[in-house]
Design a protein around this ligand. Structure first.
Ligand code: BES
Ligand code: MN
Ligand code: ZN
Length: 489
C-alpha cells in the first residue's frame, strides 16, 4: 500500500473511503452538507461513537470522497493513541473490498504528532494480510492500494511523526511477513538471506556465522539443537552504528530464530504443530526493528543477534540426556529436546557480551507454553536481572503500546535447574515453566543488564481483531525501536 501525508482540507480529499474519527460526545463536524446526516445518525441513537463502532455512509453531500466511514474512538477526553490506531485499522479493514483508495482525515483537535502517528500505523497494520502465498485473484482485489493521511491545518511537526510511524509500521509488517513464512520456505539460511538483503541497502552491517565458525568458537549448545536438521544453522548479526557522537552504551537485541520447532526427539503432538513456524517471531522482530532503526537513526550503537536453527528429528538429532558445552564454558544436560530456544539463546547471549561488548541486552523469544497459561494472549511476559534497565524497557513498551507484565526471577527457582551430571539441565518441573526458562537464560546473561520477553502468547493471533488480520502480530518491533530512539546513555 502506498501511503502519503498531505495538508488537504477534509472536504477536498478524494478517496473511495474517507475515515473520520468519531466520538461519543457529539457527531463529527466536516463543515459540509453531510453534517446533517451525521447529526441525524447520532440523534437516532443507532450510532454512538464507542470505541471500534463503525458506520459507512455513501455519497456524503459536499465531500469529494465517495464514502465516509466513522471510526468510533469513545470519549474525546483522555483519548489514547492506541484507541485511534485500532479504530483507524478497523475502519480501513471495513473499506477493503469496497474500494482501493482510502484516506484518514484528522480534525483540528486531533492534529497532533501522536495521533497522526497512530492513524498512520493503524492504516498500515490494518492493511496487512498474511496472504503472501495465495495465488488467487480476490487477494489483490481486496487490497487498498493508496492511503492518504490528510490534515487541514498548519500544525508543525506532523510530517516527521508521519514518517517515523510509517517506517516503524512497515517494518512491523516486514516482520509479520517473515513470521508467516512456513518452515520449508524459510530455513535458517533463507532467514539470513532476507536479513542481509534488507541490511545492505539501509547501511547496516551484516555478519552471518555459519556452522564451522560457530564450531570454532565453541557454540556447542546452539549446534546441538541444529544437528538434527538437514538445514544448516546461522547466527545472524546486524549492526547499526550512529554517525557522529554516539551515546554511551551498546544495545544488544537478541531474538529466538527457530524456523520450525518439531520438538526434536522429545517430539510435539501433531495437533497444532503447524503453528511452530512462528517460533522465529523473536528473531523476525529483531530484524524488523533493525530495518526501522537503520532509517530513524537513534544516537546509540545497536546490534541484533538472531540464532537461527531448525529443531528437527533424525538420525543426527540430539538425544535426551546429551550433554553439551555452551560458548561460556558451562555444560548443559539436555533433558528435553523441545526446550531448545534457551539452548540457542545462551550462545548468542554469551557472544553478544564477550565478543561484541554489548552493555545492555533485551531478548524476545517464543519460549514457553507456560507463559500463555500465565498471561494469555494479552501481555508479553517480562523477566529481568536489573530494575533500572527493566524500567527503561517498560517505558519504551508503554510508548509503543505493547503491554508487558513483569514476572519473578528469584534464586529459589534455581534448584529446579540443577543437574546431577552437568552444570545445568535445560528444564525444570512442570510448575513455573516460563520462569525456569528465564532463569536458565539469566545464568548466562548475568551480570549484564538484561530483559527477557517471552512472546509465545503475543506473537500470533489465532483469531483476527477488527483492526488486525489473524496470524503474525509483529510484537516487539515497536518496543525495540522506542528503546533505541529514546536512549539515554
Ligand atoms: N516454541 C516452544 C514454545 C511455544 C509453545 C511457543 C506454544 C508458542 C506456542 C518451545 O520451544 C517449547 O517447546 N517449550 C516447551 C518447554 C518445555 C519442554 C520445558 C513448552 O513450553 O512446552
Ligand atoms: Mn520447543
Ligand atoms: Zn521452540
Amino acid at each position: 500500500m502506498n501511503i502519503r501525508f498531505e495538508r488537504t482540507p477534509l472536504a477536498q480529499v478524494e478517496a473511495g473511503a474517507l475515515i473520520v474519527l468519531a466520538f461519543e460526545d457529539a457527531a463529527p463536524v466536516t463543515g459540509a452538507a453531510c453534517d446533517a446526516v451525521l447529526a441525524e445518525l447520532y440523534a437516532s441513537g443507532e450510532y454512538k461513537g464507542k470505541p471500534m463502532d463503525l458506520v459507512l455512509v455513501h455519497a456524503p453531500a459536499g465531500l469529494a470522497a465517495r464514502r465516509v466511514i466513522l471510526a468510533g474512538c469513545g470519549k474525546r477526553d483522555g483519548l489514547k493513541a492506541a484507541t485511534v490506531r485500532k479504530a483507524v485499522g478497523a475502519a480501513l479493514r471495513l473499506a477493503k473490498g469496497k474500494t482501493k483508495s482510502a484516506a484518514v482525515a484528522l480534525a483540528k483537535p486531533e492534529q497532533t504528532p501522536d495521533l497522526v502517528a497512530a492513524a498512520t500505523s493503524g492504516a498500515i497494520l490494518g492493511e496487512f494480510e498474511p496472504e503472501q502465498h495465495k495465488t488467487n485473484g480476490d487477494k489483490a482485489e481486496k487490497r487498498i492500494d493508496d492511503c492518504l493521511i490528510a490534515v487541514g491545518g498548519a500544525t508543525p511537526g506532523l510530517e516527521s511523526a508521519f514518517h517515523h510511524a510509517r517506517v516503524i509500521a512497515e517494518s512491523q509488517n516486514f516482520t509479520r511477513e517473515l513470521v508467516n513464512e512456513p518452515g520449508n520456505l524459510l530455513p535458517p539460511l533463507e532467514l539470513a538471506a532476507r536479513a542481509q538483503a534488507m541490511a545492505g541497502p539501509l547501511g547496516l552491517g551484516c555478519d552471518i556465522l555459519d556452522r564451522d565458525r560457530m564450531a570454532q568458537l565453541g557454540m556447542g549448545s546452539l549446534l546441538g539443537v541444529a544437528q538434527g536438521s538437514a538445514f544448516p544453522p546461522a547466527l545472524i548479526v546486524l549492526t547499526y552504528e550512529p554517525a557522529g557522537q554516539a551515546a554511551m552504551g551498546h544495545l544488544g537485541i537478541i531474538g529466538k530464530g527457530v524456523t520450525f520447532d518439531t520438538g526434536g526427539v522429545s517430539i510435539k503432538p501433531s495437533d497444532g504443530m503447524e503453528k511452530m513456524k512462528y517460533d522465529m517471531a523473536g528473531g523476525a522482530a529483531a530484524i524488523g526493528a533493525m530495518r526501522a532503526i537503520a532509517q530513524l537513526k537513534p544516537p546509540v550503537k545497536v546490534t541484533a543477534l538472531i540464532p537461527a536453527v531448525e529443531n528437527h528429528v533424525g538420525g543426527k538429532a540430539q538425544r535426551p540426556g546429551d550433554i553439551v558445552k555452551s560458548l561460556n564454558g558451562k555444560t548443559v544436560e539436555v533433558l528435553n529436546t523441545d526446550a531448545e530456544g534457551r539452548l540457542i539463546l545462551i550462545d548468542a547471549i554469551t557472544y553478544a557480551q564477550r565478543e561484541l561488548g554489548v552493555t545492555h541486552m533485551i531478548d524476545a523469544a517464543t519460549l514457553t507454553g507456560s507463559i500463555v497459561v500465565a498471561l494469555g494472549h494479552v501481555h508479553i511476559g517480562a523477566f529481568s536481572n536489573d530494575d533500572e534497565w527493566y524500567g527503561a524497557v517498560l517505558a519504551a513498551s508503554q510508548s509503543a503500546a505493547e503491554t508487558m507484565w513483569r514476572m519473578p526471577l528469584d534464586d529459589d527457582y534455581k534448584k529446579q535447574l540443577e543437574s546431577p551430571f552437568a552444570d545445568l539441565q535445560n528444564i525444570g518441573t512442570r510448575w513455573g515453566g516460563s520462569i525456569t526458562a528465564a532463569y536458565f537464560l539469566k545464568e548466562f546473561a548475568d551480570p549484564t543488564p538484561w530483559v527477557h520477553l517471552d512472546i509465545a502468547g503475543t506473537a500470533w493471533l489465532d483469531e483476527g481483531k477488527p483492526w488486525m488480520a489473524k496470524g503474525p502480530t509483529g510484537v516487539c518491533v515497536r518496543t525495540f525501536v522506542e528503546l533505541a530512539m529514546g536512549w539515554k546513555g
